[in-house]
Design a protein around this ligand. Sequence first.
Ligand code: OKP
Ligand code: ZN
Length: 343
Amino acid sequence: MRTIYSPRHAGHAGNVELNSGAIVPAFELPRRAEIIRDRVREVGLGPIEAPREFDLSVAARVHDRGYLDFLPRAWPMWAAEGRGGTAMPFVFPVPGLRRDRPPEDIDGLLGFYAFDAGATFVEGTWDAVRASHDVALTGAALLAEGERAVFSLCRPPGHHAGSRFAGGYCFVNNAAVAAEYLRGRGHERVTVLDIDYHHGNGTQEIFYARGDVQVVNLHADPVREYPYFLGHADERGTGAGEGANLNLPLPWGTGIEPFMAALATGLAAIADFGPGALVVSLGVDTYREDPISRFQLDTPDYPGIGAAVAALGLPTLFVMEGGYAVEPIGANAVGVLTGFEEG
Ligand code: OKP
Ligand code: ZN
């Protein structure tokens, strides 16, 4: 399996985040991607290649134009106020406030285009986001050109980013962009399978009214877990998308057995939908020692997940999402991929 990787992710570094009432270094670190890249090399998964360059025309089909225009301007606007450190929002247009008038001030804009304070900007953020987008699209292009499986080692992740909001370390929804690309390249139906610990609320929002892109999500039950306000089992899609969204929420403490049972349910729904290609939002924050998550998967469990996905027999693009136990992240993420190759 070919891996697509760009060192440009490393400019998105030094961010802080809010955690339990304190400002702490962000959990989403450059080292994460480097450890995964090293593991890919160590196990000989396949070649590691640089991304091609893409314009934002596919991204503009899943994101709002104003939002996409704002992302590269966020840091320059922040810096123009004489500020350094980490740019983050603190005020949000929840229902009851107006969403029809983008403000002109950076603090207003940061909140206008976010659902939480967790997608923060430093100087190198936009360049890293742009490269992560190219990494995802390069993988999608290779799949369209006939590869059976590709690993897009994206960083920053994407699945919390919606059509017009950042959040949860995510800016551009890499998996959604890849799925949209594959839709435009001969596949009438495409599925996004999200196995990150957290519900992929952005991906769900983007495709919720569409019948051509199925979204299947396995995640910690939002009744107790971030992102809290989406990801329940009764969210089934709307209009043409009715029935094309499947949420499989699982309780805190979930181990590999119930996880595999839910995965089997998800995979059966995918087989029923009959997509021509599959995009997997690959998060390994389901790991038992993840510092911000509460599932109980162990390193030897991950290859079985990959093997189960391989049994669908679909062209498959793996897009990296979360996983915050930094040292084991390589073994866990690449374990899914080797399991897929052997499955
Ligand atoms: C992104 B992905 C810690 C609270 C959790 C958001 C978690 C985002 C996870 N400050 N913050 O789905 O792995
Ligand atoms: Zn996650």
